[in-house]
Design a protein around this ligand. Structure first.
Ligand code: UDP
Length: 349
């Protein structure tokens, strides 16, 4: 009997991908039922709809269509909208992912109504409170009942903030998602031939963090660094809408970087699989580069995914060399979604 209702709050691209893995496990379970609420933070065909279609996530039952505006305005509207859904549905759990405004709003709305929150991707820290994502992570973790961390470093970060109850290391649901997409991407994606790219002879780049896009000088530095690091390799960059606007606003020079519209996940996994090197400020891509066993250069001054640095698959743009390479066991074996559901089953309020 599907007696336990989980209300999942998603809103941004990486959350659709992570939620796809857990939703699949929920559908296959005998005891869980899911209500999906989309805040609308990411909203168009290529930032949202394509993921629901390709990853076979059911259409969200509710779409709050909240996007744009300042952090406070957006989060405030989300809080109000999510609270209404929670009062209406009275779920047993609210599930949130990662570190966006949708994560924070979902967690806060639930905690105030005494509905237990499960935070998937808990415990990550950049230790840079100027990042909006860091504030979202810290607050979300402190109001969550169940804190599911992809890494042991995450577990230790929580411990050092005094959070030990309800903490589990479950592995990375993004690894589940990527393994699932990899097979069909090799069979069905035609993106390499569409773009005229040869397997193993191009770099893939993404830039979207506010810390890189908001300041024109910094944005130019990042784009120039991509061009230089690729050292003559063709660079393909699916451009996030925020970055597209910033590049136009600041007339940023892109050198030989070839920009394309954002792509769906199946094409993205194919692009990653065929790349020589990954250049990114994305959290997700740093790990996906490792999953595809491609070296990564992170275009930031710190990262939450420090094990990717220690195991030699990733380096910060300020550090010239990679450490010697070894496998990262923390991310698990592609069964993290099952571990998420088991942790909920075992939780005693
Ligand atoms: N991604 C995608 N299409 C794109 C760019 C990224 O499917 O055009 C995927 C990428 O593979 C990763 C996720 O989106 O799984 C990362 O999202 P983003 O970089 O927006 O967020 P972050 O991971 O930094 O939170």
């Amino acid at each position: 009997m599907k007696t336990t209702t989980i209300l999942t709050v998603v809103g941004a691209r990486p959350q659709f991908i992570k939620a796809a893995a857990v939703s699949r496990a929920i559908r296959a379970s005998a005891d869980f039922h899911e209500v999906m609420v989309h805040t609308g933070q990411h909203f168009d065909e290529m930032m949202s709809d394509v993921f629901f279609r390709e990853l076979e996530i059911g259409k969200p039952e509710v779409n709050l269509a909240i996007n744009g505006g300042s952090h406070g305005a957006m989060t405030g509207q989300m809080l109000e909208g999510i609270e209404r859904c929670l009062i209406d549905r009275r779920p047993s759990w609210v599930m949130v992912y990662g570190d966006t405004n949708s994560t924070l709003a979902g967690a806060l709305a639930a905690a105030k109504l005494h509905i237990p929150v499960v935070h998937v991707e808990a415990g990550l820290r950049s230790f840079n409170r100027r990042m909006p994502e860091e504030v979202n992570r810290v607050v979300t973790d402190h109001v969550s009942a169940l804190l599911l961390s992809p890494t042991m470093i995450g577990v230790r970060n929580l411990e050092s903030e005094g959070i030990t109850r309800g903490v589990h290391h479950v592995g990375d649901v993004m690894y589940d998602a990527m393994l699932h997409a990899q097979k069909s991407s090799r069979e069905s994606s035609t993106i390499l031939s569409e773009l005229g790219l040869a397997e193993g002879s191009y770099a893939i780049a993404t830039v979207h963090r506010a810390e890189n896009t908001d300041d024109p000088v910094r944005l130019q530095k990042v784009m120039s660094a991509i061009d230089e690091t690729a050292a003559g390799l063709p660079v393909v960059m699916p451009v996030h809408p925020r970055t597209r606007q910033a590049v136009e606003r600041h007339s940023t020079k892109l050198g030989s970087i070839r920009t394309i519209d954002p792509v769906g996940y199946i094409d993205m996994v194919r692009l990653l699989d065929g790349a020589t090197v990954v250049l990114t400020d994305s959290g997700g891509l740093q790990k996906e580069a490792y999953f595809a066993r491609r070296p990564c250069v992170t275009l930031r001054d710190e990262t939450e995914w420090t094990e990717t640095l220690e195991h030699g698959w990733n380096r910060l743009w300020t550090t010239p060399d990679w450490q010697p390479r070894s496998d990262i066991v923390d991310y698990g074996t592609g069964q993290a979604a099952e571990a998420v559901l088991d942790a909920i089953r075992q939780h005693r309020h």
